[in-house]
Design a protein. Structure first.
Length: 106
């Protein structure tokens, strides 16, 4: 933008062309800022999911492999929500974003 201002100040760029070029540069800058924010959001979401996955792995290691009874603390630490689609079809959504579908019965 500084180059545009210098060109305009030296009379090498008409005011109309300066305005058009400046607007185009501002639009490109805004688009790049938005793309940067999207990438940052994805990055931090991935880091959060990795941390949540590490916590889940750690909690499951504490169970020594087999969960023999309902452990409310373990469920609260791992499961974000349970979605019931039908009597035979449910999905466990874990806190790290992974969804585990389960069929019950036939």
């Amino acid at each position: 933008m500084r180059v545009l201002a210098d060109l305009s100040a030296n009379g090498n760029l008409t005011p109309m062309l300066y305005t058009a070029q400046n607007n185009e540069l501002c639009a490109k800058m805004d688009e790049l800022k938005k793309r940067k924010q999207v990438l940052a959001d994805k990055y931090f979401s991935t880091i959060r999911n990795l941390n949540d996955t590490d916590k889940i792995i750690s909690r499951l290691k504490d169970t020594q492999g087999v969960i023999r009874s309902l452990d409310k603390e373990l469920v609260d630490a791992i499961i974000y929500t349970i979605i019931v689609y039908s009597r035979n079809n449910i999905v466990f959504k874990l806190k790290n974003g992974i969804e585990l579908p389960e069929k019950i019965g036939d």
